[in-house]
Design a protein around this ligand. Sequence first.
Ligand code: M6R
Length: 362
Amino acid sequence: DKSGHRHFMAKEMAEQPAILKAALGFYGVPNSGISGLPEGVDFAQADRVILVACGTAHYACHVAKYWFEQIAHVPVEIDIASEFRYRAPVLTAKTIAIFVSQSGETADTLAALRHVKGKIAQTIAVVNIPTSSIAREADLALPLHAGPEISVASTKTFTAQLLVLALLSLKAGVDRGRLDAKACDQHLEALQTVPGYVAQALDREDNYRSIAEILAKHDDVLFLGRGLMYPLSLEAALKFKEISYIHAEAYAAGELKHGPIALIDKNLPVVVMAPRDDLFGKTISNMQEVMARSGKIVLISDKAGLNATGGAEYTITLPAVPSFISPFVYSVPAQMLAYHTALARGTDVDQPRNLAKSVTVE
Ligand code: M6R
């Protein structure tokens, strides 16, 4: 049942504020403060945290790496499940590994979990389906509470994964004495504002549609971001390829001049994700390098960011939010630009060619 939406993807994107609110409730965030953080794991003695997943779930892990390092000061490794189990990852009795999967059945992620089980301190599953193999085989399973996701493209489960990983990074911060009760409360308060901000970001459909109609006329699109916006750019490019069939690539904005800048000309749209945070000035100077070579810019920022910069041909204004929660808000344009571009191209949004919702073979 698409509840009046044209596609399951549209319905699932629209559900995000309600799901995030409900998930915050399930994890006891509104009232219980620190005691509401996920139980059954203690990061105090961990020598490292390893996050393993595929596709969109991997990009959620990539965001989490920044959170864990900043908030808990713990060494973090992230890897794609299909690579992780064929290299020789260094595992110790103090390692905690987190496996993130919507379906809980992705073959490579499950095999990676089996590869480390018994060799490390603890395995944690962050999954949408609580009865799945990954949930059952991990030492601790933390559900997303996102409800069934029908569209092949992951949307609401991405933001729900971010939420559980954000809570885990706060838990790690508290366990390791890096986050006191007051600072933890501030982060939890910020998380409680996420559903409202995501709703505001969703409420820009005309803006997404009109920019998508321009992107739909191109064969390539480049996404740029720094810091937390780098994994968001990767996720935006994946969504774009997956459902619009337009070639898209993402780069950390600072990498541009190490090669990809050679691609820039007036025919290449470049989507820049740049909230007004500590890295804003750096990202904007990379954007100006693109403009100097006639690249077509779509700048996604907040009001202050857009006021501080001129020259972007197209803009999307998002609410200004604390940097910690910006990945939730910037997930919306990542999804919406892909969705409306797919609509403009007439592709099969919910069932993109060659893809399956759950990849249970290697
Ligand atoms: O079920 P999983 O989360 O383990 O699936 C992993 C990927 O196949 C998945 O995230 C895929 O990249 C998305 N459906 C893309 O939108």
